[in-house]
Design a protein around this ligand. Structure first.
Ligand code: NAD
Ligand code: UDP
Length: 319
């Protein structure tokens, strides 16, 4: 297959490029580097089956040659208001990548008669009133909160993807990705994993927003990429959750990071730093992924974190 991957210079996009190349496919990466980095693709410089187009997906997309599959991953993804690459500081670009970018990438899939996969998110469930979150849950999203630029763009993107499937018969898939972590995450994007690990590696206290009782469930990137690959190879058109159901509080997570890094500086609480609509609890129900894809995460949190900590130590040394 010849696969177009948007957001290729980002964290997940670059791992997807590696996965498709390792499975023998040809990959065309697309990115405008708004939050991604060239160095995430530097290792593919000599790869004959990889090519790259620098382009903003909010504008009309032209890809020379045939395309057999389109994976739309381009979007800012960090909710941290203090980060220059977080979507709070890129609100219009985020809505455009989710709305216009989804429209343009669906257009490519329709014109090329290609398979299509949309990167959606657990954020479409908002601050969930159902726990764990199943795909049948419609969510609890405030459409005018500062966080909504991301949540509503993704909800629109899901709706548009289903419309292209139903009306134009495009062969679509939707993956709802829960918090995923691993090497090549942006050190400064402000998400909890890069924040805590870089603070710990520097020997600083970890910054817990609120009282740390909010929960998350973290999936290692290799597991996620395997699930996405399997989903593309099925005929499932309805959304599928992918994530690791192992749930812990942010406080427990901070303690684990300090233990694994040997950081003695501890953690401090910042009551005022929790953002509006920051979900209280998040845990995927992955029953559908198990049934449809025969998939479940294999990498334990400690194992994945140790690999990520190693990557961050090297990256911070280079700074
Ligand atoms: P990332 O910021 O590392 O990667 C996103 C990439 O998209 C970047 O390289 C960025 O430059 C590119 N991009 C953004 N807008 C663009 C545009 N208009 N045109 C071209 N390129 C553009 O983030 P990530 O964590 O790798 O997330 C990738 C995708 O997965 C996003 O769609 C995100 O919503 C989704 N997702 C990620 C997670 C997670 O835990 N990492 C969870 C849920 C959903
Ligand atoms: N968080 C925190 N300290 C940080 C960064 C984040 O306590 O330095 C919290 C944040 O408030 C949220 C959780 O960690 O409750 C996960 O945040 P992240 O930015 O990783 O993404 P989210 O899961 O909210 O999309």
């Amino acid at each position: 297959m010849r696969v177009l991957i948007t957001g290729a210079a980002g964290f997940l996009g670059s791992h997807l490029c590696d996965k498709f190349l390792s499975e023998g496919h040809e990959v065309v990466g697309m990115d405008n580097f708004i939050t991604g980095k060239r160095e995430n693709l530097a290792h593919l410089g000599g790869e004959q089956r990889f090519s790259f187009i620098q382009h903003d997906v909010s504008n009309y997309i032209f890809v020379p040659g045939n395309v057999d599959a389109v994976l739309h991953f381009a979007s800012p993804a960090s909710p941290n208001p203090n980060s220059p690459v977080g979507y709070f500081n890129l609100p219009i670009q985020t809505m455009k990548a989710g709305a216009l970018g989804t429209h343009n990438t669906l257009g490519v899939a329709k014109a090329q008669d290609a398979k299509y996969l949309l990167a959606s998110t657990s954020e479409i469930y908002g601050n969930p009133k159902e726990h764990p979150q199943k795909e049948t849950y419609w969510g609890n999203v405030n459409p005018i909160s500062t966080r909504s630029v991301y949540d509503e763009a993704k909800r629109f993107a899901e709706s548009l993807t289903m419309a292209y499937h139903r009306f134009h018969d495009v062969d679509t898939r939707i993956v709802r990705i829960f918090n995923t972590y691993g090497p090549r995450m942006h050190i400064d994007d402000g998400r909890v994993v890069p924040n805590f690990i870089s603070q710990a590696v520097r020997g600083e206290h970890l910054t817990i927003y609120g009282d740390g009782q909010q929960t998350r469930s973290f999936c290692y990137v290799d597991d996620l990429v395997e699930g996405i690959y399997k989903l593309l190879m099925t005929d499932e058109h309805y959304p599928v959750n992918l994530g690791n159901p192992y749930e812990l509080t942010v406080l427990e997570f901070a303690r684990l990071i300090n233990k694994l890094t040997g950081n003695a500086a501890g953690a401090k609480f910042f009551e005022d730093k929790r953002t509006e609509s920051d979900p209280e609890r998040r845990q995927p129900d992955i029953t559908r992924a198990k049934e449809i894809l025969n998939w479940e995460p294999k990498v334990s949190l400690e194992e994945g974190l140790n690999k990520t900590i190693e990557y961050f130590r090297k990256a911070l040394n280079r700074q």
